[in-house]
Design a protein around this ligand. Structure first.
Ligand code: UDP
Ligand code: MG
Length: 331
């Protein structure tokens, strides 16, 4: 039978995790033609998330987990999940039920029957989200799609189901600065998009502050476009043209009306503006440089501390020692 792995990144999700598991049991019960396993990724949670994962693993063989040594972020959790997923089909799903598990059977059927390589999802509405956040997100998508050749779909979720060959392609992109929404598009393949209505979180709170979202958007821009870099040259040319024009005007004015000493306030304004533009351009270059810097260090994307495989091998080893020593474990 074919296998499916569902990757579930979790960061401080002790409240949402049990609810999620219950819901997934219902969905997995419906998918009889594929063997489904849940791969929980504990992204350095500081609450009881890992303990719950251990319990789930002990309770149900379909549950596996891996645990990070600290919080590495959702992107790292996705990458670790993909690396450790053994299925012919691999899904990525949030634990807070904002990605409806009930869609999974339909996604699987589409891959089986319609010849797509991946089924992705996006939300049709942004209800339940603060207005300012929606506005900023919309602007971000407009901006990045203007300057990037890779299409970044507005409202796209990370929730998707992929065939093995696409997973392998994504794994080949082992960059340190990860922006999944771009990576999944960049690798190509045939993708079908499903839409669903935005739902409220089942429990717990969102882990994304405005600031985190902002740095994530910088990640997207620097990762998938180099247009901001050329912005510096464009602005340089514009300012040169402008200055030639101003020189002409001033020469003409001096010849016609003489040269009274005036105009220092405008001079100060111009100096401020031009140096502002220069700093902005240096800043843009700095952003790209910092990403390159981190990329050249080749640091690991995540570090594992613990996993269900470790647990199993330890308990196997214990059993072996017991049986080799000729003692019964209960003795
Ligand atoms: N998440 C994670 N590491 C992080 C932040 C979030 O693994 O550093 C997980 C989180 O547990 C959840 C998913 O990513 O399963 C989406 O997070 P959240 O619901 O907070 O984001 P939102 O839905 O508000 O965009
Ligand atoms: Mg969420």
């Amino acid at each position: 039978m074919e296998k499916m792995t569902v990757i579930v990144p979790c960061f401080n999700e002790e409240e949402a995790l049990p609810i999620y598991f219950k819901e997934m049991c219902r969905v997995m019960g419906k998918m009889k033609d594929v063997e489904t396993e849940l791969l929980f990724v504990d992204d350095g949670s500081r609450d009881k998330t890992l303990a719950i994962m251990r319990d789930l693993h002990a309770m149900d063989v379909r549950c596996r987990y891996i645990s990070f040594s600290r919080n590495f972020g959702k992107e790292a959790a996705i990458y670790a999940g993909l690396q450790n997923a053994g299925g012919d089909y691999v899904a990525i799903m949030d634990v807070d039920l904002q990605d409806p598990p009930s869609l999974l059977p339909k996604m699987y059927r589409i891959l089986k029957e319609e010849g797509y390589d991946s089924v992705a999802t996006k939300r049709s509405t942004r209800t339940g989200e603060p207005k300012i956040r929606s506005f900023l997100s919309e602007s971000f998508y407009k901006f990045i799609n203007k300057i990037s050749k890779t299409e970044i779909v507005n409202g796209a979720r990370d929730y998707r189901l992929m065939k093995r060959k696409m997973v392998d392609a994504v794994l080949d992109m082992s960059e340190y600065n990860r922006f999944s929404k771009g990576i999944f598009e960049w690798v190509g393949f045939r993708t079908k998009w499903l839409e669903f209505e935005n739902a409220e979180r089942s429990a717990g709170e969102t882990k994304w502050s405005l600031w985190k979202l902002f740095s994530y958007s910088i990640e997207g821009i620097t990762g998938f476009s180099v247009v901001p870099l050329s912005l510096a040259s464009v602005m340089g040319v514009l300012f040169c043209l402008l200055s030639f024009l101003m020189i002409g005007v001033i020469i003409a004015r001096t010849l016609l009306f003489g040269d009274p000493v005036a105009g220092w306030p405008s001079l100060v304004c111009i100096i401020f503006m031009v140096s502002g533009v220069q700093l902005l351009c240096t800043g843009i270059v700095g952003q790209y440089l910092s990403k390159t810097y981190l990329e050249t260090k080749k640091r690991p994307i995540y570090i594992l501390k613990d996993s269900s495989e470790d647990e199993r091998s330890i308990s196997n080893a214990k059993q072996r020692i017991w049986s080799e020593s000729g003692l019964d474990q209960s003795a």
